[in-house]
Ligand binder design. Structure first.
Ligand code: AMP
Ligand code: ZN
Length: 114
């Protein structure tokens, strides 16, 4: 845990969140400022700053997250599809420097997403 990290504090239970899923590798909670009717954040329990900090030891974790995404989407009723986003670094729009995957859906997400 990194003591000054917002998502580490949420994982530690020091800050509240609207949690929708949890296991030994990740927690999943609702984005506080949703950009779509469904907007979840999939957050590894390990403090990893961004995709840039991934190592080979994280391959299993990332595979776990990729396979979890469609399960969460199904649970959320996103039967028409969903969007996933990982912002990396300030130039990529990352504002919380603890790796997370956005899962969005539920209306109005057409086109390329840019
Ligand atoms: P990113 O730009 O990829 O770093 O996205 C960070 C996301 O975290 C944004 O969509 C914020 O709305 C969201 N966020 C910030 N603080 C909280 C919080 N306390 N609980 C839930 N989501 C948060
Ligand atoms: Zn963290």
């Amino acid at each position: 845990m990194k003591t000054d990290c917002l998502f580490c504090k949420i994982i530690a239970g020091e800050l509240p969140c609207d949690q929708v899923y949890s296991d030994e590798h990740v927690i999943v909670f609702e984005d506080i400022n949703p950009k779509a009717p469904v907007h979840l954040l999939i957050v590894p329990r390990e403090h990893i700053i961004s995709l840039n900090a991934l190592e080979e030891k994280h391959d299993g974790l990332m595979g776990h997250i990729m396979r979890l995404l469609p399960k969460l989407a199904k649970e959320q009723g996103l039967d028409k599809g969903f969007r996933t986003i990982i912002n990396t670094g300030s130039g990529g729009g990352q504002i919380v420097f603890h790796l997370h995957v956005h899962l969005l859906g539920g209306g109005g997400l057409g086109g390329t997403g840019f």
